[in-house]
Design a protein around this ligand. Sequence first.
Ligand SMILES: Nc1nc2c(c(=O)[nH]1)N[C@H]1C(S)=C(S)[C@@H](COP(=O)(O)O)O[C@H]1N2
Ligand SMILES: [Mo]
Length: 198
Amino acid sequence: MDDTDVTDLYEEFGDDRLPPGQRETSEFPVLSKSGTPDWGLETWEFTVTGAVETELSFSWDDFRALPSATQTQDFHCVTGWSRFDCEFTGVPFPELAERAGVRDDAVHVMFSALDGYTTDLPLADCLRDDVLFTWGLDGSALPADHGGPLRVVTPHKYAYKGAKWVDGVEFCTDPQRGYWERRGYSSTANPWEEERYS
Ligand SMILES: Nc1nc2c(c(=O)[nH]1)N[C@H]1C(S)=C(S)[C@@H](COP(=O)(O)O)O[C@H]1N2
Ligand SMILES: [Mo]
């Protein structure tokens, strides 16, 4: 499979691959607000709603039939660790956006997840090929603790912008705030500007 290395995307934002105040680790810690939710692939459903021409709904098999990409990416946690060279496989955000047809009045995106987690980003921060709805990690199925069957990864943002167990994406005509954003974390979350808190 094609593997694109996007670990140089930091050049858009700063001089160093490791953002300020971060330390590199080869571990992949698990951080979840309330543990790993239960799910079953037979009942799993993913929806695309809001300011779109066509709202979409996918079963697991439908979702897995979408065109996918494998990318080597870095992962930056707001608590201070970064894991380099994660190999993620999944569906690029623009692929889904194109299928739904994003309306002109959409400006923001809200992701929702099976554990009740939500997180938000400006639309422009989502319309990037490196924002992936990910089901594969380092050549295996994404482990449930890390958000399997499906999570979002956002290599240009702190990792709380990537909803684990993602089950929906809503296009919004106004900015909205997600779970951590309502509790004082940055809406924009650019690691190279150390946008940790708002
Ligand atoms: N659904 C959901 N997604 C989530 C979280 C969560 O609690 N629930 N935590 C976020 C936070 S704060 C971080 S740092 C990353 C951690 O991802 P990891 O457990 O794979 O390291 O997931 C993010 N996505
Ligand atoms: Mo986090």
